[in-house]
Design a protein around this ligand. Structure first.
Ligand SMILES: NC(=O)c1ccc[n+]([C@@H]2O[C@H](COP(=O)([O-])OP(=O)(O)OC[C@H]3O[C@@H](n4cnc5c(N)ncnc54)[C@H](OP(=O)(O)O)[C@@H]3O)[C@@H](O)[C@H]2O)c1
Length: 326
């Protein structure tokens, strides 16, 4: 089979490998699609929270058909079915023609969910659902989100609208404002403009407690944004897209405005979910992807076009997901 292999930080090659065999509790998936996500870029550079050594096939999530199972009731139920899947922590990833993973890391796709949309089933949808659950559970009355033109931003906005939670979307390019406004945000604000802080402050002042979702994390902008929202609010850092600067936290804000900063990583969060919670969340994602919400896809490329795919994605992340099509 063909696979993309990482041999050192940011060193990729296309290789021929034997098709892996599933053991008990595992399944073999003939991969259909797999996206490039920011977490993949971090994994390629060696800066992600998981390090599997080299050589390794990257790719955290995707879709395909289960063509073999190594035994076990769930694996047998999934055989010959279209599934969404995530990589096993023990094995190679999704950027390959075939992948073995635990049967419990797969979900049968609803009959109206196409395989391309199904390839983006786990990472962003489950994160967006977790954000909304947190907003409800901790009684936030407003969500402020950076990089709001991202796939995760759009999905979080969709779910916030559904839950009736007001949402302010922050972007860094003017041309990204229009789509946010069309999707009914309370305010869409371009943080590259000098005047952004006054607008953010006055819009936030009508609210009591804000959940500020941030994936930029470094430089001074994320912390200047925090200082515009009401005291007692929480900044939830779930990514670090700004790689060239260090974070510039304002200690006085933390002390006198009683802000809190917390981290979020789906991989850890998901370990705390029970079977019923996972069942209900994946049911919701199947419904969302079957209609009502569609991830924007910029292009579908063959595995051997990995250089083109990566540069296309990095140069226009808000333009939609680049998928490897096997
Ligand atoms: N912690 C978790 O468990 C978890 C789970 C899911 C996602 N995430 C994180 O969520 C974020 C969004 O993921 P996604 O898949 O939705 O991304 P995406 O659709 O690929 O979009 C990335 C977005 O980030 C913006 N961006 C890139 N570099 C930036 C920078 N330095 N400053 C400000 N904005 C920047 C891009 O805007 P431009 O068009 O302006 O470049 C684009 O809108 C990522 O950081 C990802 O790692 C974390």
């Amino acid at each position: 089979m063909k696979a993309i292999q990482l041999t050192a930080p940011n060193k990729l090659e296309l290789v021929e490998k034997p098709i892996p065999k599933p053991k008990a509790g595992e399944v073999l998936i003939k991969m259909a699609f797999s996206p490039i996500n920011p977490s993949d870029l971090a994994f390629l550079s060696g800066s992600y929270g998981v390090n599997k050594g080299y050589p390794v096939v990257p790719g955290f999530e995707g879709s395909g058909v289960v063509v073999e199972n190594g035994g076990g009731m769930y694996g047998r139920m999934l055989t010959d079915k279209n599934v969404a899947c995530v990589v096993s922590p023990k094995y190679d990833g999704t950027w390959a023609e075939y992948m073995v993973t635990e049967a419990k890391s797969c979900v049968k796709l609803g009959k109206n969910v196409p395989l391309d949309q199904g390839a983006m089933f786990f990472v962003n949808p489950l994160t967006a659902i977790s954000f909304i659950q947190m907003a409800k559970k901790e009684s936030y009355d407003l969500i402020v989100m950076s990089a709001a033109a991202s796939a995760l931003g759009k999905m979080t906005l969709h779910l916030a609208n559904e839950a009736g939670i007001p949402f302010i979307g922050l972007v860094r390019k003017e041309d990204q404002l229009e789509e946010l406004v069309k999707n009914s945000v309370l305010a869409a604000i371009d943080v590259s403009k000098d005047s952004y802080r006054e607008k953010l402050k006055s819009t936030c002042s009508k609210f009591r407690k804000v959940l500020y979702l941030d994936c930029v994390a470094a430089g001074e902008t994320p912390y200047k944004i925090l200082s515009c929202i009401p005291g007692g609010s929480k900044m939830l850092i779930y990514g670090q897209l700004e790689l060239n600067q260090k974070p510039v936290i304002i200690p006085a804000d933390m002390i006198f405005h009683h802000y809190s900063i917390e981290g979020f990583w789906l991989q850890k969060k998901i370990c705390g979910f029970g079977f019923l919670e996972i069942f209900s969340m994946t049911g919701k994602v199947n419904k969302l992807l079957a209609g009502g919400f569609e991830n924007k896809i910029a292009s579908k490329l063959a595995l051997d076009e990995f250089d083109k795919g990566l540069s296309e994605y990095v140069n226009n992340m808000s333009g939609g997901k680049v998928l490897f099509a096997m």
